[in-house]
Design a protein around this ligand. Structure first.
Ligand code: UTP
Length: 289
């Protein structure tokens, strides 16, 4: 069966960006002029995803409003002849986006479980707003291509510095079954570097078969008292194959401050309105360091 649906969990507390995230979800923080969640939605659409479910928490309204029409704003821009801005505002409407609320932030696994009825009995993807990915073929599409070959779940992984394993889910890979696609022995959430089975870390894209929901329904809280998606995936891997697909493109970890800064600078360097000025500014700034 074709992969048609995506889940974007956006109900976490976003504590690393407090106080900015006190009243708005971290997925609404912009990279210059575009909320991070919009990059994720664009990747989903570019990959051929037809329906998106956003799992929201208490800061739900701004996300819903962002993907809704804003007639007042549209009329205002239209009457002033601001056609380019109007096109930008309209870009985010007309997409099949649905919302569901995770009432309490009990963990990523619990957030994904909220999508059970939406997904039904189909394979689907989970896309985290923390990670902006760039590659010639969108990463979600790469996972969908792997699924076409294997009909099995596949997670995106990337090499990370060994000392950072306690920030990620980490895989213990077996053999490489085809280029960049690994059979996995087991998955472990945030292992200390001395216990980490490899430095291949799970990054924010997952293609999962629907059997994951039966496991999530019975999943006990794990690390940090949260219902961990990685734990459920490790259990799934004991009854059916789960692959790891190595991503070779560029990843911006916008869930932390430095990643957010890097994304803003590099996006700025390609942004038609500011790129030239930004280059001059950075050169002048570096000269003073
Ligand atoms: P993180 O653990 O990175 O996000 O969750 P967080 O808890 O929001 O952020 P910090 O660490 O406190 O700064 C990864 C993804 O899972 C979602 C988050 O919104 C984020 O996109 N998530 C996490 C949920 O939707 N629900 C949860 O209960 C936990």
């Amino acid at each position: 069966m074709k992969v048609r649906k995506a889940i974007i969990p956006a109900a976490g507390l976003g504590t690393r960006f407090l106080p900015a995230t006190k009243a708005i979800a971290k997925e609404m923080l912009p990279i210059i002029d575009k909320p991070t969640i919009q990059f994720i939605v664009e990747e989903a659409i570019a990959s051929g995803i037809e329906d998106i479910l956003i799992v929201t928490g208490k800061a739900k309204r701004p996300i819903e409003d962002h993907f809704d029409a804003n007639l007042e704003l549209e009329q205002n821009l239209s009457s002033k002849g601001k056609d380019e801005l109007l096109a930008l505002v309209e870009e985010t409407t007309g997409i099949n986006i649905h919302f569901i609320r995770q009432k309490r932030p009990l963990g990523l696994g619990h957030a994904v479980l909220q999508a059970k009825a939406f997904v039904g009995n189909e394979p689907f993807v989970v896309m985290l707003g923390d990670d902006i990915m760039e590659d010639d073929v969108p990463l979600t599409k790469q996972l969908m291509n792997a699924y076409d070959q294997t009909k099995a779940s596949a997670l995106a992984v990337m090499e990370i510095p060994h000392e950072d394993t306690d920030k990620y889910g980490v895989v213990s890979p077996n053999e490489e079954v085809s280029e960049g696609l690994y059979d996995v022995n087991h998955f472990v959430e945030k292992p200390k570097p001395e216990n980490a089975p490899s430095n291949l870390a799970i990054i924010g894209r997952y293609l999962l078969r629907p059997e994951i929901f039966d496991i999530l329904e019975h999943q006990e809280p794990g690390l940090g008292g949260e219902i961990q998606l990685t734990d459920a995936i490790d259990t799934l891997n004991k009854t059916q194959r789960v692959f790891a697909h190595e991503f070779k493109g560029k990843r911006y970890d916008v869930g932390n401050k430095m990643g957010m800064l890097e994304a803003n600078i590099e996006y700025g360097l390609t942004h038609p309105e500011v790129k030239d000025e930004l280059v001059e500014y950075l050169k002048a700034l570096v000269a003073t360091l």
